[in-house]
Design a protein around this ligand. Structure first.
Ligand code: NAD
Ligand code: DAU
Length: 356
């Protein structure tokens, strides 16, 4: 049976994926009600929500998911019947230099949301309820040259980021098993698209190429990631929210594996054309730098379950999606300038030093 939420609490809706989800959900469900709870950390940006903030069913609350009182009030006052939980510290490199905030936000924050949701759901205030945990393929660890992660692959997280996400996923499982709470869990591969913060591979490379800066490629550049357009991820989350059975877990992926160096070469070549540079000119910016500690070699998602059971498949090809993404960054240089001012510069120097 299809579940149509009356009132959604979206956490982390000012971040990359959360904001794309809100844009896409409102477009598909024009009469919906959405409360966006976001602490506006360095990764949160209200400019990501231009165009939805005037929607009559949308409101923004600046606040912390670890604030139990605030979460309880929002759940009760807005009769929330679905929590879609994106809020997180999301960057692996930052988790290596400062893991503590990852445990606080990703583990404690998720537990706070789960606990307040449990009380709200058990109070009987709403007829039906769903808690959807947005997670990552990184909880499964690293693959060799062959094979895929399925929903039954054991969790084997390797970075402080992925360990904190695995901890959160297990808490979600525990709330379902222990209290019978109606939870859902999705685990997606690497996203790309508009509003992607330029600390992550694709937007960092686009930003540095435009500015003729070195392109830092970790290790031998042969690590593999499976890339999915963020709006395809958003569509999958909506399908899972509405159609999945309580307690279920779904992998989401693009079936689109790339070695990092091949992605970097592709972005270089597409920008040679767009920026009117000589063929091969941008590739000269590539600089191999020291590897990420504990760098997972390969991620590859088997999303068969989502396709067979809920009839979801990506709508975009990578060829179109990457070109559109590059064009979005070229057309939105004000957005990039704003997010790369101030604290970003400090982060960049600490992370890459004078190597890049
Ligand atoms: P992001 O870093 O761009 O955004 C995170 C958002 O969470 C920001 O708006 C930030 O302000 C907010 N936030 C952080 N701490 C908070 C707190 N304590 N209280 C309230 N809000 C807080 O992240 P993203 O890339 O959009 O990822 C969103 C979710 O999707 C995360 O849970 C991440 O683990 C998961 N995920 C990301 C990817 C990817 O490729 N980016 C892939 C799979 C899963
Ligand atoms: O797989 C899903 C995950 O994808 C999400 O859970 C994370 O939130 C998201 O950040 C992303 O994690 P990755 O570590 O895979 O993404 P990132 O863009 O940081 O790096 C992609 C690959 O590129 C990885 O192998 C490391 C490499 N890399 C990254 C950066 C930032 C470089 O070679 N140079 C760089 O400067």
């Amino acid at each position: 049976m299809t579940f149509i939420p009356g009132s959604l609490l979206v956490t982390g809706g000012a971040g990359f994926i959360g904001s794309n989800f809100i844009h896409s959900y409102i477009a598909n469900n024009p009469t919906c009600s959405i409360i966006n709870l976001d602490a506006l950390t360095y990764a949160g940006n209200l400019n990501n929500l231009k165009g939805v903030e005037k929607h009559p069913g949308y409101s923004f609350v600046k606040g912390d998911i670890c604030d139990a009182g605030l979460v309880a009030t929002l759940l009760a006052e807005h009769n929330i019947d679905a929590v879609v939980h994106f809020a997180a510290e999301s960057h692996v490199d930052r988790s290596i230099t400062g893991p503590e905030i990852f445990v606080r936000t990703n583990v404690l924050g998720t537990q706070t949301l789960l606990e307040e949701s449990r009380k709200h759901w058990q109070s009987g205030a709403v007829e039906d309820f769903r808690f959807l945990q947005i997670s990552t393929d990184e909880v499964y660890g690293s693959l060799g040259d062959s094979g895929y992660f399925t929903e039954t692959t054991p969790l084997a997280a390797n970075s402080p980021y992925s360990a904190s996400k695995a901890g959160a996923d297990l808490l979600v499982r525990a709330y379902h098993e222990t209290y019978g709470m109606p939870t859902l869990n999705t685990r997606c591969s690497n996203n790309y698209g508009p509003y992607h913060f330029p600390e992550k591979l694709i937007p960092l490379m686009i930003h540095n190429i435009i500015n003729c800066r070195p392109l830092p490629v970790y290790g031998d550049g042969r690590n593999v990631r499976d890339w999915l357009h963020v709006r395809d991820h958003a569509a999958a989350v909506e399908v899972v929210l509405k159609k999945a059975a309580s307690g279920s877990v779904y992998n989401i992926g693009g079936n689109n594996e790339w070695h990092n160096i091949d992605i970097v070469n592709l972005v270089c070549d597409l920008l040679d054309v767009r920026l009117g540079r000589k063929p091969g000119e941008n590739r000269e910016l590539i600089t191999f730098v020291k590897d990420r500690p504990g760098h997972d070699r390969r991620y590859a998602i088997d999303a068969t379950r989502l396709k067979n059971e809920l009839d979801w498949e990506p709508a975009r090809t990578f060829e179109t999606g990457i070109q559109e993404t590059i064009d979005w960054y070229l057309a939105n240089q004000d957005w990039v300038a704003e997010v790369t001012s101030g604290a970003y510069r400090e982060y960049y120097t600490t992370q890459y030093g004078d190597k890049a």
